[in-house]
Design a protein around this ligand. Sequence first.
Ligand code: ADP
Ligand code: MG
Length: 887
Amino acid sequence: MRWYEKNENEVLEQLESNMETGLSSEKVKEKQSQHGKNEFSKGEKPSLIRTILHHLKDVSTIVLIIAAILSFLLALKHGEGFIEPLVISLIIVMNLTLAITQEGKAEKALESLADLNSPSCFVIRDGLRQEIDTAELVPGDIILVETGSLIPADARVLESNNLMVDESSLTGESEPLEKNMLVLPQNKIPIAEQSNMIFSGCLVTAGNASAIVTETGMNTEMGKIAGFLGNTVKGKTPLQQRLDRVGKNISTVAVISAVILFFIGMRQGSDLWSMIMLAVTLAVAAVPETLSLIVTLALSHGVKNMVSKNALIRKLPAVETLGNTSVICSDKTGTLTQNRMAVKRLCLNGGKPVKDIDEFSEDQTTFLKMLASASNAVVQTDEEGNTQYIGDATETAIMRLFNEKGLDKDAVEAEYPRVAEIPFSSERKMMTVLLKDPKGGFIVLTKGALDRIPFSRGNEEEIANIHKLHDTFAGDALRVIALGIKRIDALPGEEELESVEKDLTFVGIVGLIDPPRPEAALAIQRAKRAGVRTIMITGDHAATAGAIAKELDILSEDQKVVTGAELEEMTDEELSASIEDYSVYARVAPSDKIRIVEAWQKKGEVVAMTGDGVNDAPALKAADVGVAMGKAGTEVAKSASDMILTDDNFATIVEAVHEGRKVYSNIRKTIYFLLVCNLSEIAVMMFAQIVGWGVLVTPVMLLLINVLGDGIPGLQLAKEDSASLIMESKPVKRTESLFGGGLLNVIIQQTIICSLVVLAAFYVGAYVPAGMGNPSPEAGQTLAFLVLGWTSILHIFTVRSRESIFKRSLLDNPLLVASAASMLLALVVLCTVPAIGAHLGLTVIERSHWFAAVGLSLIPTITAEIRKFFDNRMDYNEYTEVEHSAR
Ligand code: ADP
Ligand code: MG
């Protein structure tokens, strides 16, 4: 359908809509069943078979399959030992099931995230302005778009106010195009030239418009080319990549060890096939294949936690970066404050300030009427009869007082109809309306920041008085809005509209209160203790900003408030040299934010930056973590961000930092856990072979330990909670090694101790006469198997926390405890039930052997605890130091 060549009425008629009231709810339902949802169809999910095949391509799975085949051939050759290939096959199946179900779970969590991220838009339905999910749009809906909107569907423009649209995502044209409602000639016109159509997925860079939806979902121009949009590339996060490298390095060590083991065995005259078997299983067992899986789980678990705390992650790597964040640059209005503004005081030129509750004089009422005329906030009554204020918080505050004083906006508008508007922007910090004066000519009303409105030069004393008045308002943390007025005889042309903004007469000022969020001060303290500095950014006056910053404890004695004007005077070098002195940026424009981000980054800090407007997008992109507001934010800001705050609350950022640190620490725990188990396995197998003890544990035993000891309990580490100390220490540098902070040290220590006890266990079983039984290699193997398995499982309790085992409740992570306990028991069952054990090469052992096994298995845990005790005594000082420096 060529909508662009039809006139407004034809379009409205054809789509059965009405410009004033939009569609009715019934009509919407009817159309929804007819057209479906306004979304792009998602790419097909890979089938189960495809997923299985994908996992089978995994190197360690391939090696395992080879091992299964080998052992089957071996069993055929000997005519016995068919249990072994069976067990290996079972292990392959178990590994696959674990990998597929867990990965599926993680993916689902991330997918539901995409749903939560669904954008919304404004429509007129049933005569009311409402915000709905863009997926609910149908052809015929009247949509309202403004600066910062992401156009939700293809639509024909009905009314436009200097609408400019960036269509680069559709046509590649990078310059924004002007859109209007003029009918185009009946001809085939390319998309790029359809100047009365706006297209789904494009950005509104300026102006506003109402438009009628013509096409939705896959029928939109974007939908037609969106085949590729369904399958967004799922890249790995930096941490995942680093871990993959760690995994590869260990695998290399494992393979080299396996080869050496093989040659040693051959030289000592072992059977060729069983040596191949052993080498292959060692290679498999020592590869930490669950590492990558656990990291994915930890990330998705972190993401889920963040969602429940009102932080929506849009880009997965942000989870990691959040943990490293060292500076949070936050908007004041709405993020640190409640954005529930209220007019507290107002004052006319030359008069005395009056409170909002006072009886207003006629002049004061007129002033209020002028302010209301210069506002765009909408007051409407919903179905239940409640009054709704929609629009900018500053203006809704004005309208609320206006209503409370019993005034009627429609009456004011009827008397003084608005003929033009020069919109507010955070750069200009003022806006102007032009009203038709019934007495002839026009009235210009400009409202905005006192220092921005171009007033006519009055006498010095008067100006000084006005500024003094302004500063008393601002000093009480009030946001100040000034109003200027003048009369003109004729309207200037649309092009030079801004020329009216000069020589204005000062009318008066209003002071609005915007109280800090109750949780903000605490969150700022918490961030401080965690070594994260909070910076306030606002368009408000320096005095207002400074007063609130002091209240929130952002601004201390030795720190300064800097204004946008001062910032402009500084070079980038000067700014980075003094960046640490500034805690508050006042009267800044969004374009200044990017300089602040870059100056901090030059200092090596990891910066989170909040934003809501179109012009914030570059700073959000430049920041390490771009944080968009979920409620007040534009779709443009959201799409440039890494994370969205669904409650616009500063405290949520600090919560997210906490979650990010938890994820990082859980990943380190996982490394600690898996590496000690795997390295010990390599060490004991090599040692036994070198000293001529032969095979310490058989291939099947190794594989069993890997699944029962590492795999199953290890997965639960992803959900581990963190020590409270995690928010008491400085942020970890992003470049710091994963093994930093002494991790490598403890890994080596624990590997040595675990290896020693396993070797001791074998020695006890194989060489030390015990009770009635004779020492035998089988008893040695059984004991080594038990101790290797048990220490691996017990190790998880050591890894859980840097604090003492006893400080960590077992109920924190019941699944971890339950799985570890059942695996400990499973090993006992394997060793005591001959019907199973015998097939795995395990024998029944003496009671004294059991005691030895228990004792030996506890040694690594005990030594680790002793070490923790001493480490923590040292760390304790470090933590308290941080706390002191934060105060
Ligand atoms: P913030 O970054 O705190 O949201 P803004 O850039 O929105 O600050 O506002 C900066 C200044 O612009 C305010 O101090 C106020 O004087 C003025 N201002 C804010 N909103 C409006 C408005 N709707 N109309 C006129 N002036 C406004
Ligand atoms: Mg604002």
